[in-house]
Design a protein around this ligand. Structure first.
Ligand SMILES: [Zn+2]
Length: 189
């Protein structure tokens, strides 16, 4: 770019040597000897740039809805969530019910052994209560398994297994009821 020192006119045509208005010798404004007017122009885009940044508002991310984690059952069977139970077919529910029943019986056995070896009674009580809870869940899962297996027309119907599982859970609950009655009768004497 060429610039006239007399009238400050600028010429984009670099082939020009003299000003078309006053005939003054033009100088190259792109060179290091640029005048103040040229240097003052430079900050202009910088002044507008922050304004643009201020007007820029990043769209705030919508707050994620609070999704509560489903409580996982602290049983040795593994993560036993309602979703997992619903996702399982009738056979899975039947097996789960059976495992729960066996776990309940195993815990009862542990309670008897622990009671004989004079382990802290509150601990035994807690484990016993937990085993009752396992049997209760097992019974519910057993009922679900039976209702599902009745719809299942497959060759390997899990209904017998589901019935056995439900019976075991029911038996366990019956035993605990008998235990509680005996305990109540023994306590009242
Ligand atoms: Zn001029």
């Amino acid at each position: 770019m060429k610039r006239c020192p007399a009238c400050q006119r600028t010429y984009t045509d670099d082939t020009l040597s003299y000003c078309l208005e006053d005939g003054s010798a033009l100088y190259n404004s792109d060179s290091g000897s640029a005048d103040l007017a040229a240097t003052l122009i430079i900050p202009e885009p910088r002044m507008t740039a922050p304004v643009k940044q201020e007007t820029y508002r990043p769209t705030p991310e919508p707050p994620r809805p609070f999704t509560a984690q489903p409580p996982t059952w602290p049983s040795p069977v593994g993560a036993l969530t309602p979703q997992a139970l619903l996702a399982r077919p009738g056979r899975g529910a039947a097996v789960t019910s059976l495992v729960l029943a066996l776990s309940a019986f195993a815990l009862l056995g542990f309670c008897i052994v622990a009671g004989a070896s004079k382990v802290e009674e509150t601990l035994i009580g807690g484990i016993f209560l937990f085993s009752v809870l396992l049997a209760l869940v097992g019974a519910v899962v057993g009922i679900i398994a039976i209702s599902r297996s009745s719809k299942d027309a497959g060759a390997q119907n899990p209904k017998p297994l589901a019935i056995v599982s439900l019976a075991l859970n029911g038996l366990y609950l019956l035993i605990t009821i008998i235990f509680l009655i005996i305990g109540a009768v023994a306590g009242s004497d």
